[in-house]
Design a protein around this ligand. Structure first.
Ligand code: ZN
Length: 137
């Protein structure tokens, strides 16, 4: 994700993203393309309330099998997350993944899973981005 968008998310939600660091040299903080920025903004706003009260933190954001996956943990083990909080967090994470599977990872338009090459790279793309990235339509 481009640095401007990353900084916007990190600055808007410092308690939710206390330790989100690139995993290798030149890696982004958020391991996905810009088209999912809106999904991440909405999810971050939802999770933020539990960051302050329950110590919830996002530790990894990545594209996997074409979808958006956000991994969270509790920074303070002593603070138990009640069942309702836990269910909400799981539902929101699932919703973000579901939404990503029909949202172009590059531009945010309506997309679906596309495949490329023998290694079967998979990415959710809209029609124009599919052509520009050389994926099979
Ligand atoms: Zn697109």
């Amino acid at each position: 994700m481009n640095e401007g968008l990353e900084q916007e998310l990190l600055k808007a939600h410092p308690v939710l993203y206390p330790d989100l660091k690139p995993r290798w040299d030149d890696a982004p903080h958020f391991e996905c393309e810009d088209g999912w920025g809106e999904i991440l903004k909405e999810l971050s706003a939802r999770l933020d309330r539990y960051a302050a009260t329950d110590g919830l933190a996002v530790v990894l954001v990545k594209q996997k099998f074409g979808g958006l996956y956000v991994y969270t943990e509790l920074q303070d083990d002593a603070r138990a997350v009640d069942g309702k909080t836990d269910a909400n967090v799981r539902r929101w994470l699932d919703e973000a993944t579901r939404k990503s599977l029909c949202t172009c990872e590059l531009c945010g338009g309506t997309g679906r899973r596309r495949y490329k090459g023998r290694a079967r790279f998979v990415q959710v793309l809209c029609d124009p981005c599919t052509v520009s990235k050389g994926y099979a339509t």
